[in-house]
Design a protein around this ligand. Structure first.
Ligand code: BDP
Length: 708
């Protein structure tokens, strides 16, 4: 009943009014197609009924109405010029397809095909597959420029589980969230339901996301109390017709903190029984509950090692508890200690010896890089190294280290660079994507997670262009073969405009934006130069007495009178040894190492000569300056497109770009002036010289609350 009410009031399409404040996400620019490649169907036939088919019907009716300005009639059979959506159980429809082509679709795949009589059929094996096909059909009508007359599309997702991780706390704050408070109104649930929940589910379903971890990995045990589980159940009920499964992050010591036991030892019988009872309670409320994410023995959180047990002992105990319900354990590999060992090596050292020791329903959740979501890192060497354990990538959509929601940084390129990285662990073409999508190893579960950038801000993500990162994550989770540029253009068309000039210019800006950020923050493989704690702005000098050394920039850049960079070669920490050949040799040799990772793997002298003939110091100066110039170019481009964008969003983005430029200069000046105290070399005279003094820049204090 509740769900029905929100169909009427909750969605943006239903309102028929574009607010142009970003709240409509990629549904904003659904306007009449003037030069449509496809004729509007005259009829719709949806032979089945279910809550999901009700959504399908509503989306098609309102979508086609918006796109073609026509009321499309419902009919009850296949009609020429008709559109029909159903599952393979519907004989009238499945007879148009070969059995084999339907069977490869699995649960979520679909076919969209125009048959004789000009009938277009969207068919899938499940209601949800039909929903994904419907959203794709509508997207295709808006964004395709191939001008084919007929549909013939077959899509099967790259990953089975395409999951958003919310780092949302139960008190409404969001860890590393830069778009306002959490969208989960825990206080009001389960009685009061925000219309945003349906919009959230719809937006995710439209790009193929099918899971959500509602709470922070730094989990409050209270989330497993019956009080909270009832709230979680309400959300799960709302999300179900959209195919979004609910998962929770759990605190490993829940049996003691919440259950009053004296221990949380995974091998203790009472602990096991506590988890079994808890699972029973959860599944009685939410029969399709997805499972748990566990951050254990990481950054001070409890875990099995507190009881002398291994990560495998902890993960397997929980996996056994959820197994009969079909639940999974996403066990995070983000572990490191200030033990003197290179942080970049620690996850591998910890988990590699456990390869093959995990249950089938455990999946190791591994961040893309070996340190922590930096603007650029090499891929984590765990990918490919764990040949008998299922792995899932964890990407960060929220821009913790990339200028929060103030900088325009399109992450499609970062995600692609990572997914396309060849690990060489199983011969060539053992890319991260193929290692994790089941192509190389016969994994029974495949999954990918992205740390969400969503909050209560009216535009959901704080920066209009940050929506593109949520969108890109979903599209790549669905199909990791899509190019970052195609995704950027698709998103721009649906969000802003179909104007060719606008699309070319702004997709160009988006494609360059991540590299620009790398340039003005951490070029040539530098990393972790930002302020302590909040991670915003440059503080390469940062020293905090008593702070963990591996949380401080000096640990990572190691600048001295000789040079700069972290020696991870065989003469240093030997992190290179965790990579397979030929990468090991390539990374190990500064002459072969890709320049963008040079200072990640090597400590090199200030006068080290690069391929272009410049010395390291000058190249750093050029790269930092180039980053600033790139942002100036983004600004000019945006300004030149003013007539093509609505006033509200034009102004919002213009203001953000002004902040970004100011801060790119701040980064450049702070880093160059600081490194200059070691290099003692001048900034090349062709480049802009810093206007500030290092002492003054050091005095700047950033207050996180200004941005949150
Ligand atoms: C770091 C964040 C921290 C997270 C941690 C994690 O700074 O807030 O809790 O990662 O992923 O990037 O567990």
């Amino acid at each position: 009943m509740i769900i029905f009410l929100y169909f009427i009031t909750g969605t943006q399409w239903a309102s028929g009014q574009n607010k142009l404040d970003g709240s409509e996400l990629w549904f904003t620019h659904m306007e009449t197609i003037e030069s449509a490649s496809f004729a509007c169907p005259s009829f719709i036939w949806i032979p089945q009924s279910s809550p999901t088919f009700t959504i399908i019907h509503k989306e098609l009716k309102s979508g086609l109405n918006k796109l073609y300005n026509r009321e499309v009639k419902d009919v009850s059979r296949l009609n020429s010029n008709g559109l029909c959506v159903g599952t393979s159980s519907q004989k009238d429809l499945s007879s148009y397809f070969k059995k084999e082509e339907l069977s490869v679709l699995g649960n979520d795949g679909y076919i969209i095909r125009t048959t004789g009589n000009n009938v277009t059929i969207i068919i899938a094996n499940t209601d949800l597959g039909a929903l994904y096909g419907t959203y794709h059909y509508l997207r295709y009508l808006q964004t395709d420029n191939t001008h084919k007359a007929n549909f013939d599309i077959v899509e099967v997702p790259s990953y089975q589980r395409r999951i958003l991780n919310h780092w949302d706390n139960l008190d409404g704050t969001v860890e590393r969230g830069y778009a306002g408070h959490s969208i989960w109104q825990w206080k009001d649930l389960p009685q009061k339901i925000s219309p945003g929940y349906i919009e959230y589910a719809r937006a995710n379903a439209s790009i193929g996301i099918n899971g959500t971890v509602l709470n922070n990995v730094n989990a409050n045990p209270a989330v497993l109390s019956i009080e909270y589980l009832k709230k979680v159940k309400t959300l799960a009920d709302i999300f179900r017709p959209y195919g979004i499964k609910v998962y929770l992050s759990i605190n490993f010591s829940s049996p003691s903190v919440l259950g009053g036991l004296t221990t949380a030892d995974p091998l203790n019988k009472d602990v096991r029984i506590w988890w079994q009872d808890k699972a029973k309670q959860i599944y009685s409320l939410i029969p399709d509950f997805g499972g748990f994410v566990v951050k254990a023995n990481s950054e001070g959180l409890p875990g099995p090692q507190d009881f002398g047990r291994t990560h495998a002992d902890g993960a397997n105990m929980l996996a056994d508890v959820l197994e009969s319900y079909g639940g999974i354990i996403m066990w995070r590999a983000f572990v490191y200690n200030p033990n003197g060992n290179d942080r970049a090596k620690q996850a591998y050292n910890e988990f590699k010896p456990l390869d093959g020791k995990f249950r089938k329903n455990v999946i190791l959740q591994v961040k893309n890089g070996p340190v922590d979501f930096q603007p650029r890192e090499p891929f984590s060497p765990l990918f490919g190294a764990m040949q008998h354990t299922t792995l899932m990538p964890e990407l960060q959509i929220t821009q913790e280290y990339l200028g929060f929601s103030d900088h325009l940084v399109y992450l499609g390129t970062l995600f692609k660079e990572f997914l396309n990285s060849d690990t060489y662990t199983n011969g060539r073409n053992s890319t991260v994507s193929r290692i994790t999508d089941g192509s190389v190893y016969d994994d029974s579960i495949t999954a990918v997670a992205g740390v969400a950038n969503i909050g209560l801000d009216s535009n959901w993500c704080g920066h209009h262009f940050a929506q593109a990162n949520w969108y890109a994550f979903g599209r790549l989770a669905w199909n990791h073969q899509l190019s970052a540029r195609k995704i950027a253009k698709e998103w721009l068309m649906q969000t802003f405009s179909h104007d060719q000039d606008f699309l070319n210019q702004m997709s160009g800006v988006m494609m360059e934006s991540r590299e620009a950020t790398v340039n003005y923050m951490t070029p040539l493989g530098l990393h972790h130069l930002m302020g302590w704690g909040h991670h915003y702005g440059p503080e390469p000098w940062c020293e905090i007495s008593g702070a963990r050394p591996d949380w401080l920039p000096t640990y990572y850049h190691k600048a001295d009178s000789i040079g700069v960079g972290f020696n991870r070669s065989s003469s240093g920490s030997n992190a290179v040894s965790q990579y397979a050949e030929p990468l090991l040799s390539v990374y190990n040799d500064p002459a072969l190492c890709p320049e963008e990772l040079l200072l990640w793997f090597h400590h090199l002298p200030w006068n080290y000569e690069l391929i272009n003939g410049r010395d390291l110091w000058s190249e750093l100066c050029y790269r930092y300056s180039m980053g600033v110039e790139q942002v100036k170019y983004f600004q000019c481009t945006w300004n030149s497109l003013q007539s093509k964008v609505d006033k509200n969003r034009f102004n919002d983005v213009q203001n953000k770009l002004a902040i970004q430029l100011k801060e790119a200069i701040w980064w450049r000046d702070a880093c160059l002036l600081y490194f200059q105290t070691f290099s003692h070399r001048p900034i090349p005279s062709q480049l802009d010289q810093p206007k500030s003094k290092l002492e003054d820049l050091k005095e700047l204090k950033f207050l996180k609350t200004h941005h949150n």
